[in-house]
Ligand binder design. Structure first.
Ligand SMILES: [Mg+2]
Length: 204
């Protein structure tokens, strides 16, 4: 995106969502749906909306169980990272603390996951805030003086943009319905690295 090609995003003004941006949480969800509920042909590309109840063909109760299982401690710790995320974040950590703001209710297991996934980053360089509600991210980000936020949920991006926090929409099947480019869309961590890391450190 040309607007960021000349001016790098200052690391101190940048924060990240976790699920769908750093953690490939829906890979775990799809895996469980296939193995435990027999949805053999189900893939991440079938998840074309954020509200799983509207786009996954499972009974509501079963779906809630599946979501809970995906987010429990055991499966959180087994979730794969989004490709490239550990490399870029490890390099970024050399320029200051990494800040994560998640709508999860409990920060413990996902923080432990970050410590394991970013094994080269000192633990004190990893800050995690769990808001319990996506609507509460805005206030937290304002208090942290964050100006740029990488997020996969369209509604949250819109809310932040209204208050002058620049969202960077991380491309996922569930946020492709809006074709108009409301926000800069990040296709990969390799692309993101060109905006947030010094040129010599960007992934190729
Ligand atoms: Mg997310």
């Amino acid at each position: 995106m040309t607007v960021y090609s000349k001016r790098k995003i200052p690391p101190a003004e940048l924060a990240f969502d976790i699920d769908g941006v750093v953690a490939d949480t829906m890979v775990m969800f799809v895996d469980l749906a296939r193995k435990r509920y027999g949805l053999e042909d189900f893939t991440k590309d079938h998840i074309d909306c954020y509200d799983l109840h509207q786009c996954v063909n499972l009974d509501s109760e079963v779906l809630n169980e599946l979501i809970c299982m995906t987010l429990d401690d055991e499966h959180t710790l087994r979730t794969p990272p989004v490709p490239g995320a550990p490399q870029v974040l490890s390099r970024l950590a050399q320029h200051g603390p990494l800040r994560f703001v998640t709508a999860r209710i409990w920060p413990e297991s996902i923080t432990q996951w970050l410590h394991l996934t970013l094994e080269d980053v000192p633990k004190e360089q990893i800050q995690v805030i769990a808001t319990g509600d996506p609507g509460k991210k805005l206030q937290i980000l304002k208090e942290m003086n964050i100006r740029f936020f990488v997020e996969d949920r369209l509604e949250t991006c819109r809310q932040l943009a209204r208050e002058d926090i620049q969202p960077l929409l991380f491309d996922q099947p569930w946020n492709r319905k809006t074709l108009a480019e409301e926000f800069p869309r990040v296709q990969s961590w390799s692309q993101l690295s060109e905006w947030v890391l010094p040129s010599s450190a960007a992934l190729r």
